[in-house]
Design a protein around this ligand. Structure first.
Ligand code: FNR
Ligand code: 8K6
Length: 352
């Protein structure tokens, strides 16, 4: 009944996945204090190598991208070398793994990087519009009002995404997923809530898409389209308020992405049952209607509901998050019809 989940799937001529079940990117905050991946992380990913593709936990591209404690990086030699061990562990078990490239933008916090950012404690974002609230897991750290990125900042950010993508390949990753979802830096350019710019990076769908597309194009130029993927959240739901005008931005963006032949496009959402007025329904349906290439669905799916969604052509591949934390052998359990262990938040405290 869930057989379609276990069929191989060719992303392109370079990469074929053993099955249609992806491990969703899952921040675990278990890197060491230099943001270097650990042996325990390599073992954790290795145990999940039967996924058609693992997408790594979000991995920061440079110090000022950090907004959570102990999230791994891909910008020092030490980090790259340690990731080599993670990717080798996954490859030795027949798996594939992409790195998710992350800059948190206005939800970064100088607490994490001011000692390590050439003396600057600026939090960068499209506009000087902060979010209310505090850093996850460190509730005494209030978010700061960010600095609006200058043109020079924007050029440097694009260059740093490219360097991180090159570092990912050097570390043995099969490709990268650019994190353009969930209210982080790239997503902040795509929503009116966070982008108040009046220059060529704001105010119109084309301008608001300019930085996200510049990152995508520069990464493609550097590591190739077959190894480049993108995650986006057309429906604002996390660190972001939606605006009816956002629809036009994503209409424009999806039309541009359609012309680029990415490895895949991945929705960022926690529960795909959510509906968005300005998208006329579910974010996944909106993306399917506006993008015809490989689409990864996600958000509170079970093997059965994912199988039906793929059979009904709602998307091509499914990413599984919390259940993959609870079940390292998720794919084997689906194959043999064994009941899954239910996820609970306590599982976040250890890497098993
Ligand atoms: C997430 N999610 C997430 N998304 C992302 O793009 N990068 C990340 O690093 C993380 N980190 C993360 C940590 C934890 C603990 C959770 C629960 C979620 C979102 C995740 O990829 C996925 O979209 C959601 O978990 C919904 O899928 P499930 O869990 O319902 O299958
Ligand atoms: C990407 C960083 C994640 C850090 C750990 C997150 C833990 C997530 C626990 C679930 C949070 C759900 C948030 C969903 C927001 C929905 C708002 C309508």
């Amino acid at each position: 009944m869930t057989d379609n989940l276990l069929q191989p799937y060719a992303l392109n001529n370079t990469i074929t996945l053993n099955n249609r079940i992806l491990m969703a990117p899952l921040t675990r905050c278990m890197a060491d204090d230099n943001l270097v991946p650990t042996l325990a992380m390599a073992e954790y990913y290795g145990r999940r190598a039967e996924a058609g593709l693992i997408i790594s936990e979000a991995t920061i591209i440079r110090p000022d991208g950090q907004g959570n404690p102990n999230t791994p990086g891909l910008f020092t030699k030490e980090q790259v070398n340690a990731w080599k061990f993670v990717t080798k562990t996954v490859h030795d078990k027949g798996g594939k793994i992409f790195a998710q490239l992350w800059h948190t933008g206005r939800v970064a916090h100088p607490h994490f990087f001011e000692h390590n950012n050439n003396g600057s404690s600026d939090v960068l974002a499209p506009s000087a519009v902060g979010v209310e609230g505090t850093v996850p897991r460190m509730r005494d750290l209030n978010y700061q009002v960010p600095k609006a990125a200058t043109h020079q900042d924007i050029e440097q950010l694009v260059a740093d995404y490219v360097q991180a993508a090159k570092n990912a390949l050097e570390a043995g990753f099969d490709g990268v997923e650019i994190h353009g979802a969930n209210g982080y830096l790239i997503d902040q350019f795509l929503h009116y809530d966070s982008n108040h710019r009046t220059d060529e990076y704001g105010a119109t769908p084309e301008n608001m898409s300019r930085f996200p597309l510049a990152v995508v194009d520069a990464v493609i130029a550097s590591i190739g389209k077959d190894r480049t993927a993108l995650r986006i959240s057309p429906g604002a739901y996390f660190n972001m308020s939606g605006d009816v005008r956002d629809r036009q931005v994503f209409d424009y963006l999806l039309n541009e992405l359609e012309q680029r032949d990415l490895a895949f496009l991945h929705l960022g959402i926690f529960d795909d049952a959510m509906v968005f007025d300005y998208l006329d329904g579910q974010a996944s349906s909106y993306m399917r209607a506006n993008y015809t290439k490989t689409l990864v669905g996600v958000g509170s799916y079970t093997p059965d509901t994912a199988s039906v969604a793929i059979a009904n052509n709602k998307f091509d591949l499914v990413a599984i998050g919390r259940p993959f934390i609870a079940n390292a052998d998720y794919v084997a359990k689906v194959r043999s019809g064994i009941d899954l262990v239910e996820y609970n938040a306590e599982m976040l405290t250890s890497l098993v």
